[in-house]
Every structure is written in structure tokens, then in C-alpha cells.
Design a protein around this ligand. Structure first.
Ligand SMILES: [Zn+2]
Ligand SMILES: [Zn+2]
Ligand SMILES: [Zn+2]
Ligand SMILES: [Zn+2]
Ligand SMILES: [Zn+2]
Ligand SMILES: [Zn+2]
Length: 436
């Protein structure tokens, strides 16, 4: 940090709001937002905020235990002479409310064997379809460990059927409970390091809905052959044809040979990707009426899918590459601090910027499945414009972070706030809080 230009500045990060006020008019929904610490806590205005509480499977089991496992079974009123399964003279007959009586040993064998081999938690009477109560099952399992396992499976099934609750999609035994109405909100498990959707347990996917994502993943699986050829890490510079490898997340490429600035996605001139000119994210297909043959319609459908898939896939790659950039930044920060070149607080803005970038690119990635399934309506244009604005600002931030020097702290912080607001604007309008 040459000259320690931030040595005497107020570094609480609240000091620079004025710098970007000019970008926004009075209708900005976040004008009162003074807390810029987006990375460590969720801003109360953040449309992604979803409140839940966390407990463990054992705690939920303790809560459910009395009501779930206490109902007792009914002994038979008419006791037969011999058990119709083992044909032995028995004294210990048992039955459910259906009065189909069998000896205790036969019930035990039936239930215990079925549990041992199938981990079954739904049993019916051996003669009719009467459901066996949990308590009856527990009394016919042969060991305590099986009884415990059975209880666990029952509680898990209850959680899965309860819209207010969800299990961690990883390997831990955490249970998440919505405080208000359940929505496809973001749940984070620090134990498993996973972020997933409260309602469908897929990777968190705002602004797309759970249905969109199920359909999208199915489509990607079905069309994986077609999409494979897209996955290239190198492309030729559109001007001088030299081979260029993409090793950062940013789509704004500058050719090392001829210094031509172009877009990685469409290979177009980067000048056409600034602000209001940005068209790269929008799909412009042929009108249906002009597609006369089955083949032309199929070709058009494929073209449309590939447009969205390519952008979805590219953002996924960029996220990974930017993770590497972030790691390098942290290294650089540490080196600087060790060399007495500023303190952590002086350098924190870089880490924050990388966090905001990741968060926004993640949202942007999910706007492509959303857009793919969106009908051609007036709203589509509005959505595409908001999406395009987010694209522009994210690429600007990524570009700046990849080339960050000690001199562009102000620029990076401004850009981070712009990106953050663009992300929030998009989510505020399209996050399916109540219509999944
Ligand atoms: Zn028997
Ligand atoms: Zn029965
Ligand atoms: Zn977990
Ligand atoms: Zn979901
Ligand atoms: Zn070139
Ligand atoms: Zn482009």
C-alpha cells in the first residue's frame, strides 16, 4: 500500500455512501441502508433473508416422542386356538384394531425381518391393510439399536412431511424450522458447508422457483450430450485469432496479443457490452410464425436452450475461477499486512468485494433458468433489462478485482455497492417469496 493512502481515513466502511448516490434516484428501495457489511450478516432489507431456527434431530425427536410413540395397541378380544401363521398352540396372541390375531413370535418375525432388510417404517397387518401403530412396531423390534434407528427414521419422515421443517441436505443431523411461512429461502449449514433451498433442498436458486429448477436440471441431464461441446476453456481472439485461455471469472476479455477487448460469451466487441447497450444476455429467437417445418422449430428450440445453458454454465465456471482469485487476494492481503503495508481493516474491502461478487454472480446464474422458462410477455423485457444491468455491473466488478491495485479502493467499493443494489433490485422483484 504505497504511501498508506488510507492510513488516516475513516475505515468503518460507512463513509463512502455519497460516492455512489449519483447512480440512484430517489426511488431506490435501499436509500436508508447504512449498514454496508453485506458479507457478515444479512441486511434486513435483503430480499434473500429468510428466518429459521436450527435444532438437531435428537431435539426434534424428544419433542415428538410422547405423542408419536405412546399410542398403545389393542389386544384381541377373540383368542384363536392356534396361530394361523406358525400353526402352533400359543398363548401370547396379539392383534390390532382389525382383530387379526397372531402370536407374538410371528409378529416379531414379520416386523423385525422387514425392518432389518428394508428399513421399513410403514407396516400393515399381516392379513389386512390396517396400519400398525409405531408403538406396536417398537415392541416387536429385537434390539435397542433397531428401536432407536426406527424412531429416527420415523422422525425424519415426519420432518419431511412437515412444510415448516427441513433436514440438512448434507450428512449432518441438523433440522431447520421456518419461523414464518415457509418459502424457497436460503438455508446455510456451516457444518456441511452447504447452501440449499428450504423447500426443495436443491442448491439455493433465487430468483428461479423450485419447479423451474427441477425442470431445468432434468433438461440439462437430458441434453447433456448437446451441451458438452460448449464447455471450452479456450477461444480464439475474434480480431487476431490468437488462442486465449480464460483463467479468471470475468467475461470482459482483453487479448494479450492485440489488446482487443471482447466478450467471452458472444465474442462481440466489449464496447457493445457497456450499460444500456448490453444485449448479450438476451435471447432473440425467430418468431414462431416464421418457423414452418418441424426441423426449423426444433433447431430454434435447441438454439434457445443453448443460449441460456451457455450463460448458466459460464457463470458456474466463473464462480469457481473467482474463488481462486479470492484465495489469491487473501494471500496478497496477508503479504501486505506482514510487510507492515496496512492493516487487515485497510485491506478488508477487497475481501468484501470478492464476497459480494460471488453472491451476485450466483444470483445472476440462476436468472438464466428463470428466463428460459419465462413466457414472452411485457414483463420479460423488464426482467431482461434488470438482468442485463446486473451482468454489466458484475463484469465491471470482476474486471476491477482481477486487476486490483492499491489505488482503486474507492472504485472497487463503489462498484461493490452498485452490484449489491442491482442484485437486491432483481431479487426484490423476482424472488418467488410467495408463489413457488
Ligand atoms: Zn405364530
Ligand atoms: Zn388385520
Ligand atoms: Zn449439514
Ligand atoms: Zn427450491
Ligand atoms: Zn487478439
Ligand atoms: Zn457478449
Amino acid at each position: 500500500m504505497s504511501g498508506n493512502e488510507y492510513e488516516n481515513s475513516d475505515v468503518t466502511d460507512d463513509d463512502d455512501d455519497d460516492c455512489y448516490d449519483t447512480y440512484y434516484d430517489d426511488t431506490d428501495p435501499f436509500q436508508d441502508d447504512n449498514n454496508n457489511n453485506y458479507t457478515t450478516n444479512i441486511n434486513t432489507n435483503d430480499p434473500e433473508q429468510f428466518e429459521y431456527k436450527t435444532s438437531t434431530l435428537n431435539e426434534v425427536q424428544t419433542r415428538f416422542e410422547p405423542s408419536t410413540f405412546s399410542s398403545s395397541y389393542i389386544h384381541t378380544s377373540s383368542i384363536p386356538d392356534i396361530c394361523s401363521i406358525c400353526f402352533k398352540n400359543q398363548t401370547n396372541f396379539e392383534s390390532l384394531v382389525c382383530n387379526h390375531a397372531f402370536c407374538h413370535d410371528c409378529w416379531t418375525q414379520y416386523i423385525d425381518t422387514k425392518f432389518q432388510y428394508q428399513n421399513c417404517i410403514n407396516y400393515e397387518c399381516m392379513k389386512c391393510d390396517k396400519r400398525i401403530p409405531h408403538n406396536f412396531v417398537l415392541q416387536h423390534l429385537s434390539s435397542d439399536s433397531r428401536k432407536e434407528l426406527y424412531k429416527k427414521l420415523v422422525v425424519k419422515a415426519m420432518i419431511q412431511n412437515n412444510p415448516q421443517m427441513t433436514l440438512c441436505s448434507g450428512t449432518c443431523d441438523r433440522v431447520f424450522e421456518a419461523i414464518d411461512k415457509p418459502i424457497p429461502g436460503r438455508v446455510e449449514c456451516e457444518l456441511c458447508n452447504l447452501k440449499f433451498c428450504f423447500q426443495c433442498s436443491l442448491s439455493y436458486h433465487a430468483p428461479a422457483s423450485c419447479d423451474i429448477m427441477r425442470n431445468w436440471f432434468k433438461k440439462c441431464r437430458d441434453d447433456s450430450e448437446t451441451a458438452n461441446y460448449i464447455s471450452a476453456n479456450t477461444k480464439d481472439c475474434p480480431k487476431c485469432k490468437v488462442c486465449i485461455e480464460k483463467n479468471g471469472g470475468c467475461n470482459h476479455m482483453s487479448c494479450f496479443s492485440c489488446n482487443h477487448h471482447f466478450c467471452w460469451m458472444c465474442l462481440g466487441d466489449w464496447k457493445t457490452h457497456e450499460n444500456n447497450y448490453y444485449e448479450c444476455s438476451k435471447y432473440r429467437g425467430q418468431p414462431q410464425s416464421q418457423l414452418e417445418t418441424i426441423q426449423s422449430r426444433a433447431r430454434e428450440a435447441l438454439k434457445k436452450y443453448l443460449h441460456y445453458f451457455e450463460r448458466w454454465d459460464n457463470h458456474q465456471r466463473s464462480l469457481k475461477l473467482e474463488e481462486q482469485t479470492r484465495a489469491k487476494l487473501l494471500e496478497k492481503i496477508e503479504q501486505n499486512i506482514n510487510a507492515q503495508n496496512g492493516t487487515y481493516i485497510d485491506w478488508q474491502y477487497l475481501e468484501k468485494a470478492a464476497d459480494s461478487l460471488a453472491k451476485a454472480r450466483y444470483t445472476l446464474m440462476y436468472t438464466y433458468p428463470y428466463a428460459y422458462y419465462q413466457e414472452d410477455t411485457v414483463d420479460r423485457n423488464l426482467f431482461e433489462n434488470i438482468q442485463a444491468q446486473l451482468e454489466v455491473e458484475i463484469e465491471n466488478l470482476s474486471y476491477q478485482i482481477e486487476r486490483s491495485t492499491t489505488h482503486n479502493r474507492g472504485d472497487i467499493e463503489n462498484q461493490r455497492h452498485i452490484v449489491e443494489r442491482r442484485r437486491q433490485t432483481l431479487l426484490l422483484k423476482y424472488f418467488p417469496k410467495s408463489n413457488s
